[in-house]
Design a protein around this ligand. Structure first.
Ligand SMILES: [Zn+2]
Length: 390
């Protein structure tokens, strides 16, 4: 396929970075009924149902409990009574809080900016109202770790920003924009371990990946492609122009480039029959093994087929890119890569950054016919779903 790469680079300096809050639902896999909040830096205004009632200074602590569908609020020496919604509004540029759910007991996490807690019948909705770039720093650290080059972090930041901006209406009915699980993008709080992550985000602030029609792309990434990325239509039902298969030497020899597994020959044969491969019982055993020099969409026997992604899912393999070899009564699986294989390989991108490639080079390598541009230059129709405060 002909690769046309039109890159529109809008230089956005650090000073032009604008504060854009995004609302992120926290601890979304649990129904939190009580939590302790600590002010770790700066100070906060306490607002109960719209009324300013107090301040929480650095070192201060608040106890929040759900009681008969209302939120009970206490600090170290005062009982503030009950409300429906509590806001902790940061009063300084750097306001940081720590929250620890105590019912159920969950790990404590550190967050930038504001906290909004709402009471309902069965649980508290915890929302971090946070500057979009600070949110992205937390996402990038959670999704990509803290030990990579800045150019890799820039590429990852642009993908995380694009992915988030495309999903901003996902949780409208729940009172926030994005959740903190893998459903949106994993976000375990403030980025703390590598200042280069936030630098990479600020140096690319506002930048997103659009397709040739100026629409935000589905900015997918995975751990390691195993040497060839997956075409979107091999895994999904529809083809996507910018998600084609790329031969990816950068992912080879990285930690998640290979995996192996063993399964029983008898169970494999039974699996094929159960999935409609009727010819299995009349063809020689030697040919019922998967072989993939290049990624295949289907495993085909005679006139029957099974999607490789289905085999991966059913057997819990790390990728759908693997070969099988007979070994006694078992089958040895030699697999390549880790994850769905679509879009950017994170370990391949990290290698490219170590080899001196720029974030533009990295994104152009993994995606076809893309435009790197500032979201503020996208046509309004492309941003209809976005709920940032522009
Ligand atoms: Zn979500």
């Amino acid at each position: 396929m002909k690769r046309i790469l039109l890159i529109v680079l809008i230089s956005v300096g650090l000073l032009e970075a604008v504060a854009q809050p995004v609302q992120v639902g926290l601890y979304q896999d649990n129904l939190v009924k009580a939590a302790v909040v600590y002010c770790s830096a700066g100070s906060y205004q306490l607002v109960m149902d719209g009324n300013i009632v107090s301040r929480l200074e650095e070192g201060g602590i608040l106890y929040l409990t759900l009681e008969e569908s209302k939120l009970k609020v206490l600090d170290a020496d005062r009982d503030f009574g009950h409300c429906q919604q509590l806001e902790l509004r940061g009063l300084s540029l750097e306001s940081i809080f720590r929250i620890r759910p105590i019912q159920p007991e969950l790990e404590s996490r550190l967050y930038d900016d504001d906290l909004v807690v709402s009471a309902s019948d069965r649980f508290l909705t915890l929302v971090n109202r946070v500057d979009f770039d600070k949110y992205l720093a937390g996402v990038v650290e959670t999704e990509a770790g803290d030990n990579a080059e800045k150019e890799f972090y820039k590429a990852q930041s642009i993908l995380c920003r694009t992915y988030a901006m495309k999903q901003l209406d996902r949780h409208d009915s729940e009172g926030f924009s994005l959740c903190d699980g893998t459903h949106c993008q994993a976000y375990k709080g403030k980025s703390v371990s590598n200042p280069v992550i936030l630098e990479a985000i600020l140096e690319t602030t506002g930048m997103v990946v659009a397709d040739y029609n100026f629409k935000l792309i589905t900015a997918v990434y995975h751990s390691n492609s195993g040497g060839q990325t997956e075409r979107a239509s091999n895994a999904w039902l529809t083809d996507v122009d910018y998600l084609q298969s790329v031969v990816d030497p950068y992912s080879l020899h990285q930690t998640n480039a290979k995996w192996s597994d063993t399964i029983s020959f008898k169970e494999w044969k039974a699996y094929l029959i159960n999935n409609g491969m009727k010819s299995v019982s009349r063809i020689p055993d030697e040919i019922i093994y998967v072989e993939q020099m290049r990624r295949k969409k289907y495993f085909i026997l005679d006139k029957d087929s099974i999607r490789m992604t289905k085999i991966r899912e059913d057997w819990g393999f790390r990728s759908s890119f693997f070969d099988m070899f007979p070994e006694g009564d078992s089958i040895l699986i030699w697999g390549k890569g880790h994850g769905h294989g679509i879009g950017m390989s994170q370990q391949g991108a990290m290698k490219m950054a170590r080899d001196g490639y720029s974030y533009q080079d990295i994104l152009q390598f993994y995606f076809y016919e893309i435009r790197l541009m500032d979201y503020r230059d996208l046509p309004a129709s492309s941003l209809s779903q976005a709920k940032l405060e522009f």
